[in-house]
Design a protein around this ligand. Structure first.
Ligand code: ADP
Length: 239
């Protein structure tokens, strides 16, 4: 690798941005989570399983996941219209499809599980940060899931394969590929590629994404574990 290669924020090619995660941050939601990956900040609220209205949209076989990905008007450099863009509609759908793979939907017929994603600050990788926050919020709501989904983007920037692109890198990248996996099942639940990669580069990028997802998965588990331990600590004090 060329020694002249440098990322705008000085990270190594295989280095994630600093991560912060928290769960149970909203009192009114059944489950909630906050995720920060560098300057990208998202908050997720989950409600349900709950009776679905209008009833004709309910399924007698399984819960229906409804998902809204939304960027706050102040989340981008130029004010973003608060109305849903085509991009937001598409992201809501691909995130819903990913989440539907992990939730035991068939256990909750005729109900809906409603997932609200609010991007507070967008600096690249918002769909991945959203997915990471969604799986934490689902777990926090006590909704049975098969696995915590973990997601990160990889890409090609100045000829190098890099992990976890920020907005500046994303804009200049030759390729950008968000990946979400269910690690315990070796299952890919989202993979999108903008740009061009050779087969060799694709393999290298995918392996790097999986490595990044595994590190994110470890932090997600640790976040849930420390929340559970702090609740248990409070309950023990009450006894
Ligand atoms: P992701 O956020 O998942 O990487 P994109 O590749 O579509 O999704 O967007 C990359 C980045 O471009 C976003 O994280 C955000 O910083 C910026 N961006 C996206 N949409 C807008 C918008 N409507 N206005 C300004 N910036 C935007």
């Amino acid at each position: 690798m060329s020694s002249e290669f440098a990322r705008p924020d000085g990270r190594l090619p295989d280095q994630l941005r600093p991560i912060k995660m928290a769960v149970g941050i909203l009192d009114r939601a059944d489950g909630s989570a906050y995720v920060e990956q560098g300057n990208t900040k998202v908050i997720v609220a989950v409600y349900g399983p709950r009776e679905l209205h209008p009833r004709h949209k309910a399924s007698p076989e399984a819960a229906v996941v409804r998902c809204r990905y939304h960027m706050a008007p102040f989340s981008t450099r130029e004010r973003k219209s608060p109305n849903p863009s085509r991009r937001e509609v598409e992201l809501s759908k691909v995130i819903k499809d990913a989440l539907s793979q992990t939730i035991f939907l068939e256990r909750f017929p005729r109900t809906s599980i409603d997932v609200f994603i609010e991007v507070l600050e967008a600096d690249g990788g918002t769909r991945c940060a959203s997915i990471n926050a969604c799986s934490l919020a689902l777990a926090n709501a006590g909704i049975p899931i098969r696995d915590l989904i973990s997601a990160v983007a990889v890409g090609k920037y100045n000829g190098h394969i890099i992990l976890d692109l920020n907005d500046e890198e994303d804009e200049a990248a030759e390729a950008d590929m968000p990946v979400a996996i269910m690690p315990s099942f070796n299952k890919v639940v989202l993979l999108q590629l903008n740009g061009v990669l050779t087969e060799e580069e694709f393999k290298q990028a995918f392996d790097l994404a999986v490595k990044g997802c595994m590190e994110i998965n470890r932090i997600q588990r640790e976040t849930l574990r420390s929340k559970y331990l702090s609740i248990k600590g409070e309950e023990d004090e009450d006894v």
